[in-house]
Design a protein around this ligand. Sequence first.
Ligand SMILES: [Zn+2]
Ligand SMILES: [Zn+2]
Length: 447
Amino acid sequence: MKKQRNMILTVAIETELYDILGVSVTATEVEIKKAYRKKAKDLHPNPNDPKAIQNFQEMAAAYEILSDPHSRAAYDSMGIAGVDGRGEDGGPSMDDVFQQFFGAGAGSAHFGFDFGPGMEFGFDGARTRARDEVIPYEVTLEDLYNGKNVKMNMEKEVECPTCRGSGGKPGVKSKQCVKCEGKGSIFVQTAIGPGKLGTSRQKCQECDGRGEKIREKDRCKKCKGERTVKEKARQEIFVEKGMSHGQRIVLAGAGDQEPGLPPGDVIFLLKMQPHETFERSGNDLLTTVQITLSEALLGFDRILITHLDGRGIKVASPPNKVIKPQQTIILRGEGMPTYKTPDVKGDLYIILEIEMPSDHFMRSINITALQALLPPKRIDPVPEPVIVDSAHYEEADMAEVRERAFPASSDFFDHASRAQFGDGDDDDEDAWEDEDDDGEEPECRTQ
Ligand SMILES: [Zn+2]
Ligand SMILES: [Zn+2]
């Protein structure tokens, strides 16, 4: 062990102690001390809550190691094995640390909490709580708008009722695991880079991290020594109005049980499927509605959309208001409900797209009559330019132009798209131009 230390460079191979204190691996001694004082206040152990006691113990031990430059250096270079090396490299053993903290009266006897072999920390196999189960759950935007109550059948591990979680037949005592000497974990050296060796602690496979084993013939028949059995469980979750993609619904303690540990949580992770009509941004919604050319010119008063709860939303445009292409309107209070205060809703933005009549439709009507009603066409500029050439009319796709490597300034595209989307200072006459014409016939512009 001593010889190998020369090969080990200082690389933090474990950061868990830092995580426990909530400080970075580069934290100063002062920062570590501060973090400890704050945590000690927050986590003051409640004698009736084994989990709280354990959290406190972990935190205190983490501080003990990191506050001492010698043990901190050992931890940084070798992980917990560096300080848990039973004296070989001079660091304090975990047992000493705990004795210091909780020994002599104030300690575990008072708390009535016995942390078993390998249980000091959340390292590797030694957990402080049974495994949490994270279940991705797909929801629609409708679900998040309306809320949803979901019942589902699941299976979970519960403590074996026959052996009450001991894994053995009545009266059978388990034996200390020979491989890990009852510690539940073993130290393994692994290459963490060229010429660098790191020591890390791994769960003992022989006893599955328990530190003890039961002989095969002494095992409980019901759970076969596993200590837990599968049980069907009915879970119910409430997807609340206004919840978001990525939000977690936690059923605390509803997860698998492991003897001697608080049960894990079942966590539903909401995954929202894309919606074909609405886009969501926070509590606001965005959608696009097609209106006809007649509606753009003469106004509308109709159900524009069917909302996420099935309601029709009727909107009337103001009289004598010509609607421009891509005009956006806002329906206040028609957005998503706010999580926890669902009566407060965001806004709904609607982009109005104008559906131009088809060539077929135009052929079917009296064009002369229409022309007499519409604003007049533009005429050539006066005075006419000295040279006038004729160019061929051909439809183009700006998206295609954009994909090419084109040494034009970005303004070129900005102008094109502004004209195409009818944005900005276009005045009323412009709305009548075919959008494809804009890029092709700049000479038509009189400004
Ligand atoms: Zn059993
Ligand atoms: Zn073992």
